[in-house]
Structures are given as structure tokens and as C-alpha cells.
Design a protein around this ligand. Structure first.
Ligand code: ADP
Length: 395
């Protein structure tokens, strides 16, 4: 699978016979100073190609293919069945992974105004890969697609109707591949069919989102038109009063672009306490930093409010699931996010919560009404799975 950004391309090669990761890596700072390619083979051994500068996405993909070839993977050979591309925004056009042709490329381009930082960058990778390997089926896997099942009462904003009609303003949601993967894995862990379950999934990474999932279908999520809405994130604000933007613009004279950049890049944990990485925030809090303590309180309180809201949205809940960097690794955050939820049957066991582990595990109290789980996500494998499924069904 390829995840192509404006100055980076991440890649992973899977052997789908046993779903093992054969190789992976990333080309970084493409087109800039210090560009390099970090490649890992199946054993995890790392190789860094920091020789000639990587000038553009074409060169990055050629060098990735060469490295895969050198480590005996043979990406140029017939063994490769297809390429899955991560695409951030599928709008209302794409409800599922889709085989890429010219029509699909132009539809993704047409959606660029909804994700100006992401879709054009995703397309750069797609166009080069199509040009290099026109013989291979290539599939676009959209971050938004899983959430297309969200009903109108949950995805529409109460705004002038023509903003929806003319500007496609509605809630779309993101992290769809992660929410889909994690909800399936949670069902496997619980030993119950996904169609019988109501789940709340909390994807807490650099970006963070909650999803309410009924019978395997997303019925609400915290991110909206863009990934800015919802939970507090590393550098994004999450929910706020939209009128504060007008207030700050009038008072400070900053432009809309300045405010956009501030709410996406200098807000969230970073805005509250000066650092956006949860490990650093927790270390500062431990050292007695009051702003860091407040940042964790704001972050976890927001999660708790969303859990409460999604219990109400779903009617009843069969499990609350934590995933991604913070969700999988921070017992402090999990504990504080679930504080005071005993009345809803959600209660964490402090010992189980702190037990180390990399596999899916339960952390709720013995006999707790609602299981609370930690389930590692794997967005790359999910993209590979969906790609294979799409190629087999040729749609
Ligand atoms: P991305 O959204 O980029 O995929 P990840 O899912 O890898 O991000 O999550 C990154 C976040 O996870 C960072 O904020 C990082 O600090 C946090 N994280 C990773 N390990 C821990 C840990 N042990 N404790 C707290 N936070 C952690």
C-alpha cells in the first residue's frame, strides 16, 4: 500500500497469504533538503538511502521499487497483485474502495477543495504509480468511506441549505480504515458477531476521533467536514464555538488562512501547554507543569463527553475500544477518560489497565457491564485487505 503525502510517501508490502508484512518504509522530505528513504525488510532491519536528493514523487517511487527489488521482494515482478492507495477524502462520491481509472482520478481531483492538503498529494502518488505499473490493478481506499453510512440527522449541520447543496458542507468523518479494522478485531476478541454489537471506538493518535458503530456500520463520528472537529488532538483544537474565529479575526486582524493554520497546527495539546506529543505532555505533567496537567484534563474530559454522547446515540453499548498511539499506550489517558462513567457501566480495572501488552486485551473491572478494550489498529493492513477484496470483486 502507498500513502502519499505532499513531501512524503509511506509504503508497506504485505504477503496476503498470511497477512505478513514483507517490507515497508518511507521516503521523506521529497523535493526538499535532507530528503531520504528509510526502508525496512521483513526482519525489521533498516536501510537508509540518503544519497542523491529525491526530487519528486516519481523518483521516490522508482527508488522504493528498486529497494524492494534489492531486498528480494521483486515489486517489479508478477508477484505483485495490486497497489492500494490511501486517499483522505472521498466526499459523497465514494462509499467503498474503488478500482482506479481516469474517471476515479478526476473525481478525487474534484474533491480536492474538501481536502486541499491531502487529496492533491494522494493523487501525485496515484498518478506516478499508474504510469509506472499500468498493468496492475490499483485501488483507492478512502478515509471517509466507512462513515458514509452515518444517517443525515448525524451528518448534517444546521446551516443554510445551499452550503450543503453548493459547497458539500456536511460531516464526513475520517480514520475510517482504522475504525473499520478495530471494530472487526474487537468483535473477534469478544467472540461475537460484529452485526450484534454496538461499539464506541476511540482512535487516539496524533489526530483523534471517536466513532459510534452499530452492527459494523458507522452511525456517528466526531470529525466532520474536515479532521478539525471533535476530540482535542496533538495540534488540532477539535470542537469549538465557530464564532470565536470571527472574534479573533476581528480583534487580531489575522487572515482566514492564518486562523486555519493556527487551529490545525498550533492548537490542541500544543496550544494548551506548548507540546503536542502526548508522551511529552505526560512527562511535563509528572514534573509538576500545571499547563500540561490542564491539557491532559481538557483532552480526557472531551473524550469522556463523547463516550457519554455515543452511549446516548447508540442506546446501549457492548464495548468501548481504545486504539492508536495514545489509546494503545497510555493507561493514564484511558483511566482519566473513563473516570465517572461507572453510572453507564463503564469502569476500568487499574491493574489490568496498566498491564503491558501488544495484543488486544480487556481492561474493565471483573463483571463490569460494558467491556473496555485496547485493540491495536493497523490501517496499512486494512488498506491491503480492502484492496485485495476490491480486486477480487473487480468493482
Ligand atoms: P498517527 O496519528 O500519526 O498515526 P499514532 O497513532 O502513532 O499517530 O499516535 C501518535 C501519538 O501517540 C503521539 O502523540 C504519541 O505521543 C502517542 N504515544 C505513543 N506512545 C505513547 C505512550 N507510551 N504514552 C502516551 N502517548 C503515547
Amino acid at each position: 500500500m502507498l500513502n502519499s503525502g505532499s513531501s512524503s510517501i509511506k509504503y508497506k508490502l504485505f504477503d496476503m497469504r498470511d497477512r505478513s508484512e514483507v517490507a515497508g518504509g518511507a521516503a521523506e522530505r521529497i523535493g526538499g533538503a535532507g530528503s531520504r528513504l528509510v526502508h525496512r525488510d521483513g526482519s525489521g532491519a533498516e536501510q537508509v538511502d540518503a544519497g542523491a536528493p529525491i526530487l519528486d514523487h516519481g523518483e521516490a517511487i522508482d527508488r522504493i521499487a528498486r529497494l524492494l527489488g534489492e531486498s528480494g521482494v521483486g515489486a517489479d515482478e508478477e508477484a505483485l497483485s495490486g497497489i492500494g492507495h490511501r486517499v483522505v477524502h472521498g466526499g459523497e462520491t465514494f462509499r467503498e474502495p474503488t478500482l482506479i481509472d481516469d474517471r476515479v482520478v478526476s473525481a478525487i481531483r474534484d474533491l480536492s477543495s474538501l481536502a486541499p492538503l491531502h487529496n492533491p498529494a494522494n493523487l501525485q502518488g496515484i498518478e506516478v504509480a499508474l504510469e509506472r505499473r499500468p498493468d496492475l490493478p490499483q485501488v483507492a481506499v478512502f478515509d471517509t468511506a466507512f462513515h458514509q453510512t452515518i444517517p443525515p440527522h448525524a451528518h448534517r449541520y444546521a446551516i443554510p441549505h445551499e452550503w450543503y447543496e453548493s459547497h458539500r458542507v456536511r460531516r464526513y468523518g475520517f480514520h475510517g480504515t482504522s475504525h473499520a479494522y478495530v471494530s472487526r478485531q474487537a468483535a473477534v476478541f469478544l467472540g461475537r458477531p460484529l452485526v450484534e454489537l454496538n461499539l464506541i471506538v476511540l482512535h487516539l493518535g496524533n489526530g483523534a476521533s471517536a466513532a459510534a458503530i452499530e452492527a459494523g456500520r458507522s452511525v456517528d463520528t466526531s470529525m466532520g467536514l474536515t479532521p478539525l472537529e471533535g476530540l482535542v488532538m496533538g495540534t488540532r483544537s477539535g470542537d469549538l464555538d465557530p464564532a470565536l474565529i470571527f472574534h479573533v479575526a476581528r480583534e487580531s486582524g489575522q487572515s482566514l488562512d492564518d486562523l486555519d493554520a493556527a487551529l490545525s497546527g498550533r492548537s490542541g495539546l500544543q496550544g494548551l501547554c506548548g507540546v503536542g506529543d502526548m508522551r511529552d505532555v505526560l512527562a511535563r505533567e509528572e514534573a509538576g507543569d500545571e499547563r500540561a496537567r490542564l491539557a491532559v484534563e481538557v483532552y480526557t474530559y472531551r473524550i469522556r463527553k463523547y463516550i457519554g454522547a455515543y452511549v446516548a446515540a447508540l442506546g446501549h453499548v457492548d464495548a468501548v475500544v481504545f486504539t492508536a498511539g495514545v489509546g494503545e499506550n497510555s493507561p493514564e489517558v484511558r483511566e482519566r477518560a473513563c473516570r465517572r462513567l461507572g453510572g453507564l457501566g463503564i469502569e476500568i480495572d487499574p491493574v489490568r489497565n496498566r498491564a503491558a501488552g501488544h495484543a488486544a486485551r480487556a481492561i474493565h473491572v471483573e463483571g463490569g457491564a460494558v467491556p473496555v478494550l485496547v485493540v491495536p489498529t493497523n490501517e496499512e493492513l486494512e488498506i491491503a485487505e480492502q484492496t485485495l477484496h476490491c480486486i477480487r470483486n473487480r468493482r
